[in-house]
Design a protein around this ligand. Structure first.
Ligand code: SF4
Ligand code: SF4
Length: 487
């Protein structure tokens, strides 16, 4: 039997979106209705609504999200973060990366197909507009191949104008996340000549988004995005992926009316499952795949999932809907293409919690624990005390030795906080050059102060001192510094 099958394993020798000469082959995916598409559309609209609402949400007059990298101001879920909190941001990012890795090991690339902004904008916004203006995949293919008639010029101009306007909107949205909605409104309503730099950056980002959605498309996932490239090392045989059940599907072939289904003789090998239908005679036993190629036609990445799990697959699940529709029509059970692991397909094994999953989970739980502890115990104020540069100590007329210091206090809340200072030394005195009695909300207060110690109490030329920073009667932070003396 094996010798009669032609091998079709050369799919790894070329990219699905390139022809034999290596030129770009445009993909015209077909849209097939289905339960998963309905879910994916609902999830996409919720995520899009959240993304667009993000910059406009506020809490007590302050934005809920702000990522102002220019002024180093960050607000996450209404909590302001300062550059001093960088360790929390770094830990948060690390947690996020481990979470993505762990999630991928278990659930494959579900992020790519269901939650990634690139896929959502491409499939749920730009692709829909393209279909609306240019029609079905066949109509789009014909239009692209046709000479430049008035109809083609009108359709292409309309499509690219809408693409550019949506890219401009996305660009403004991201700017709102960076500078805040109020600043953005001001830029929009001010004289354009006052913000030429800002306008140039918006247009630059508009150009990038337009290029991504009008031209690059699937290349972003296959070539540019590093997450896609990581799949090879993150996925294993137990990971859940969109998979074709070749045990059930092969040997594939067209159905002939009134031809009785016969059980498949033995399990097909990996090579057998790639057999083209034309070599299967009508008398051969047939699997459930009728070789209609609908799963290939709906794939936005242009791949054939029947060749096995591939780097290009973004787990969008479009092929599952397409194949389920075919199975319904031929009266066979759904799930010939389904979300399953390689082990699940080959050995009918349920999902296993592997050693790697356990290790990732342990690391993730530990990181989240540390992150939560640091967030909860984060002081409302953070103080930095430094000795004034170039100063030693001064001997004063009343028998005291004094040192000069600078102080910076960051108020990490949205309330103005009263502040006072206490030095932890039985004979120490702290004298501010200019009094600081309060720190405004989400602001930095700076000052200069002296610490005085009686010379008699100094027995070393360097004494470690602690200063308590109080808000009301509560100690909100502690700062350590050294005091230089004559001994
Ligand atoms: S859609 Fe299903 S039946 Fe049709 S070719 Fe793909 S796997 Fe086979
Ligand atoms: S193979 Fe299926 S799940 Fe993967 S990208 Fe193509 S249509 Fe989506």
């Amino acid at each position: 039997m094996e010798s009669t099958l032609t091998q079709q394993d050369n799919f790894r020798d070329h990219l699905p979106n390139a022809d034999q000469q290596g030129s770009r082959k445009w993909i015209y995916p077909r849209v097939e209705k289905g339960r998963l598409l309905r879910w994916r559309t609902a999830v996409a609209w919720v995520l899009l609504a959240t993304l667009f609402a993000g910059p406009f949400l506020s809490l007590d007059g302050h934005p809920v999200f702000l990522f102002n990298v220019l002024e180093r101001k960050f607000i996450l879920f209404g909590v302001p973060f300062w550059p001093q909190d960088f360790h929390l941001v770094a830990l948060g990012l690390l947690t996020f990366i481990v979470f993505i890795a762990l999630f991928t090991v278990i659930y494959g690339r579900v992020w790519c197909g269901w939650a990634c902004p690139q896929t959502i904008f491409m499939e749920m916004v730009f692709r829909k507009i393209e279909i609306w203006i240019e029609g079905s995949p066949n109509e789009r293919k014909k239009l692209d191949a046709a000479p430049w008639t008035t109809d083609k010029i009108l359709k292409k101009t309309a499509k690219h104008t809408v693409f550019f306007l949506i890219s401009f909107l996305i660009s403004n949205l991201f700017l709102a996340y960076i500078i805040g909605k109020d600043e953005l409104f001001q830029i929009v309503t001010d004289d354009v000549t006052e913000h030429l730099g800002g306008l140039a950056s918006i247009l630059l980002f508009t150009g990038v988004f337009y290029l991504v959605f009008a031209k690059l498309r699937e290349i972003v996932c296959t070539t540019i995005c590093p997450y896609g490239r990581l799949q090879g090392v993150l996925l294993d045989k137990a990971s859940l992926v969109v998979a074709y059940d070749y045990i059930r599907g092969e040997p594939r072939g067209k159905r002939v009316k009134n031809l009785d289904r016969q059980p498949t003789a033995g399990r097909p090998t990996l090579n057998r499952r790639a057999a083209p239908s034309k070599l299967i005679t009508l008398n051969s036993p047939k699997g459930d795949c009728v070789d209609c190629a609908l799963c290939v036609q709906v794939c936005p990445m242009g791949i054939d999932i029947r060749n096995g799990s591939q780097l290009e697959c973004i787990n969008c699940t479009a092929c599952i809907d397409a194949c389920n529709n075919v199975m319904d029509k031929i009266n066979r059970p759904r799930g010939l293409i389904r979300i399953d692991s390689q082990e699940g397909i080959e050995q009918k094994k349920p999902l296993r919690f592997t050693g790697r999953m356990k290790a990732y989970t342990a690391v993730l739980v530990a990181l989240i624990g540390v992150l939560l502890y640091l967030l909860v115990s984060r002081p409302a104020m953070e103080t930095t005390v430094l000795r004034a540069p170039g100063q030693l100590f001064q001997r004063e007329a009343d028998g005291y030795i004094s040192n000069l210091y600078t102080i910076e206090i960051v108020n990490k809340t949205f309330q103005t906080l009263p502040v006072s200072f206490r030095i932890k030394h039985p004979n120490g005195q702290l004298r501010l050059v200019q009094p600081i009695t309060q720190v405004p909300s989400d602001a930095l207060a700076k000052g200069v102060f002296f610490i005085r110690l009686p010379e008699k109490s100094i027995h070393s030329n360097s004494i470690l001192l602690e200063i308590e920073i109080l808000s009301g009667n509560q100690v909100v932070d502690r700062a350590k510094t050294t005091f230089l003396g004559p001994n």
